[in-house]
Design a protein around this ligand. Structure first.
Ligand SMILES: Nc1ncnc2c1ncn2[C@@H]1O[C@H](COP(=O)(O)OP(=O)(O)OP(=O)(O)O)[C@@H](O)[C@H]1O
Ligand SMILES: [Mg+2]
Length: 299
């Protein structure tokens, strides 16, 4: 299927599901919403979720940029089959603008490759951080949603992305190890004075019931033992379609737009921008995100 046909199919499916494009969004938004996608355990589907969700949100009318903030392996480019020319570091060291480092993905989504560069951002002096913040703040004017795809685990770097974001999507599979690591992450990042807005996605579930039960248990435990209010955002079933799409280096919402997994991500995208969700998300924009991020790394 050609890229244009794929885009049409996705559009049609979203339309058929009566998912209303919010026409007012780009006019009323002055600051973009920054959403960090993270997990306790690695390999649970964060990058696939980030990319496919970005495409769905783009189809719902939002201008979306993905920040590839995985330290070790930059994966967004591999999943999209696109090679970035520059990374975020070129903004600071080679006088590139933020527009120069935005890499074009399918259907209008864009991504910035952080790659190993993010680690260097953390070691930057104040002057360079100022340059980075000023240049990146331009995203507030041109973008509605920034999705930050992080590496797994509880390293300091990942927690900074969690605290700095307006919203956090926590991905877990139904495996006990993945759930325990998700719980450990919630325990680490939630305290009396820090309450990130965490929303849960159960990925690779066997069926809806399993996803629902596991999500409920985790949310209840977080509330009861950690005083943390986590919202269930949605689920994606385990499906060979995802593996096939990864092999083709094409996001599954494009290559298999009629698959059940594509429909589940469309559902998640819709929930993420529904009225309640947007009200609960107190958006500080990319400027707010960077201010908080640098405050955390400099203390
Ligand atoms: N719903 C699913 N059904 C079947 N396989 C899946 C599903 N989601 C993810 N996978 C498989 O898991 C692999 C890892 O997914 P992905 O790279 O998105 O995880 P990740 O959390 O970003 O990993 P990392 O922690 O290394 O960054 C995919 O390549 C795919 O093979
Ligand atoms: Mg990843």
């Amino acid at each position: 299927m050609k890229m244009n046909d794929q885009a049409d199919k996705l559009r049609e499916i979203i339309h058929n599901l009566k998912m209303r494009k919010d026409e007012t969004v780009s006019q009323e938004k002055k600051r973009c919403r920054v959403i960090t996608v993270t997990s306790g355990k690695g390999g649970v589907g964060k990058t696939n979720m980030s990319v496919n969700l970005a495409l769905v949100l783009s189809q719902l009318g939002y201008k979306v940029v993905i920040l590839d903030a995985d330290f070790g392996l930059a994966n967004i480019d591999i999943l999209l089959g696109v090679s970035p020319r520059y990374t975020l570091l070129d903004v600071v060291y080679h006088d590139k603008t933020i527009l120069d480092v935005l890499c074009q993905g399918p259907m209008g989504i864009q991504f910035v490759s952080g790659g190993s560069g993010i680690k260097e951002v953390i070691d930057m002096d104040h002057l360079k951080i100022d340059i980075l913040t000023k240049k990146m703040s331009f995203l507030d004017e041109i973008v509605d949603i920034v999705i930050v795809d992080t590496g797994a685990g509880l390293s300091d770097n990942v927690t900074h992305f969690i605290y700095a974001a307006d919203d956090v999507i926590l991905v877990t599979t139904p495996e006990p190890t993945s759930i325990m690591d998700a719980y450990a992450l919630i325990k680490t990042v939630c305290s009396a004075d820090k309450k990130p807005n965490i929303q849960l996605i159960i990925n690779r579930a066997e069926n809806y019931k399993e996803a629902q039960q596991i999500g409920e248990k985790l949310c209840l435990a977080a509330e009861k033992f950690l005083g943390a209010r986590i919202r269930q955002l949605g689920y994606v079933l385990s499906d060979i379609t995802v593996v096939k799409a990864v092999k083709q280096q094409q996001p599954f919402v494009l290559s298999f737009p009629k698959s059940s997994v594509a429909k589940q991500v469309i559902e998640i995208g819709h929930c993420l921008v529904d009225e309640q969700n947007r009200q609960e998300s107190n958006s500080l924009g990319i400027k707010g995100f960077l201010d908080k991020f640098t405050k955390f790394i400099k203390v």
